[in-house]
Design a protein around this ligand. Sequence first.
Ligand SMILES: Cc1cc2nc3c(=O)[nH]c(=O)nc-3n(C[C@H](O)[C@H](O)[C@H](O)COP(=O)(O)OP(=O)(O)OC[C@H]3O[C@@H](n4cnc5c(N)ncnc54)[C@H](O)[C@@H]3O)c2cc1C
Length: 519
Amino acid sequence: MGVNVRHSLLSALALSFPLTRAASSVNATAACQSISATGTEVLTLADALNPQWTDAQSHYWSAANADLQPACAVYPTSALAVSQIVSILQNNTGVPFAVKSGGHNPNVGYSSVEGGVLISMSNLSSTVLSEDTTTADIGPGARWVQVAEALDGTGVTVVSGRLGDVGVGGLTLGGGLSFLSAEYGLVCDNVINYEVVLANASIVNANASSNSDLYWALKGGGNQFGIVTKFTMKTHPIGQIWGGIRSYAATEAEALLNATENFNENYDKDPKAAVIVTGEIAIDSLLEIFVVFFFYDGPTAPAGIFDEFNAIPFLTDGTETRSYYDLINSDDGTNLYGLRYLIRATTLPNLPNATGKALYNYHYNEWRNYVMTEGILHPGFIFSLAFQPMPYIIPAESVAAGGNALGMNPAEGDRMWMEYDISWLTALGDDDAHAMSMNITATIDEYAKTVYAGIKNTHFEAGNLEEEEYNPIFMNDAMYDQMPLQSYENDGYIKLKAIQQSVDPTGFFPSRTGGFKFT
Ligand SMILES: Cc1cc2nc3c(=O)[nH]c(=O)nc-3n(C[C@H](O)[C@H](O)[C@H](O)COP(=O)(O)OP(=O)(O)OC[C@H]3O[C@@H](n4cnc5c(N)ncnc54)[C@H](O)[C@@H]3O)c2cc1C
């Protein structure tokens, strides 16, 4: 068991992003004072009873982020205020900072900061629908539930996160997978304009005709390019939808994973559908279940796409006809605060029929065996692995929308975006959680490449079988030691790196704030 309180998460962070705590403290205080002088609200630990301070400093999905103590939290209300903050940070050498939207990214130091300036976007959280209802201006500090609520009853919605509590800022900059992605692409594919403050404090718009390189880079390229102060998103018609959560006994694992492979392989027949299939094991109770999120963009799911799932007996059934807002809001029931979390990502090929089913079942059983032998030694830990279909029709929508930084080619066929979560109670478990997370994902790529060598994933037409099927690493589910940017296809990484250097030649973002880095 690890025993260091300032644990491996922080030391790993320090490797990629040096925390110049001693050097920055005087400058950080000066920066906080200068920001206050511009009229932007600034709070410090002295305001510990102020709920706005608590919200910024300690309301994170992973409680590990609340271990970090910023010199101050600042609450800009406009792009101009963000620009003033960037100027002041530029004038105060070495002061680290973090931009916080929904605070759902578990990687310590990404939207949290020790001894620096925490920029809370919570006062930039409005959703404004255009008069013709074709677009919506969305503040980066909004949570998706606020967006869905604001658009509820208008007949349109945006391609959004699937759990309401997650923030708009981080999810969209990491690409964003939605229940509506098979119909309309990733969340970022639906952004038509980014209003963004660059490292030189200028406020620019990035869209298809203005700053188009930056526009492309922000579509999945992460937080090293600037601070986004407004997303303008395309809207899409929405009426009553069908969806909710069913839970299953773990004895249904094989049937569920077989259905998941089949669903992905046949996804192009009905892009209005979506599932997330998650196996969970809680060590204390040894409760083993499957939880499946179902979604259909229509009041009822027609016969066909969910047939195989529907034949599997469930324990509980929360699916119903409801509004999109109601679904996004209710999904938050699965969102537990107060724990520490890590998430790790891999991408697997969706191999055809029996081979695909065998691969998913092998992987689940390996995961389960590991949890039941190694994980079981860790009281209070909860493990999950989620299968998130990534059919070729999603990259096809991305390409149709002008392409994004992830660079996935629809000709490379169907894949599965895997997400592995571990949660635990105290910092004493941090090292073990990290080690187990790495062990769980250590061998699956090699296994699949060896055992299923040469077998093409479903809907594969062209590409490098051994590379693209296993990439990209989905940034939104990636752990701090993974390298999602480097996994982007079609030389995406090289292009992204050049754009980052052109908009931030002095390396302001790479040197001062956390996030996935260029190497
Ligand atoms: C319960 C849960 C459900 C999830 N569901 C989904 C899902 O359905 N689809 C999906 O794609 N992902 C999902 N994710 C992953 C999620 O998208 C990422 O963790 C994402 O980074 C969280 O965004 P946030 O704004 O809440 O996080 P934050 O922690 O606030 O921010 C994450 C990163 O983005 C940066 N950032 C935030 N706002 C800005 C801005 N305005 N300008 C520049 N940088 C900014 C931060 O500095 C930080 O590096 C989920 C995660 C959790 C924990």
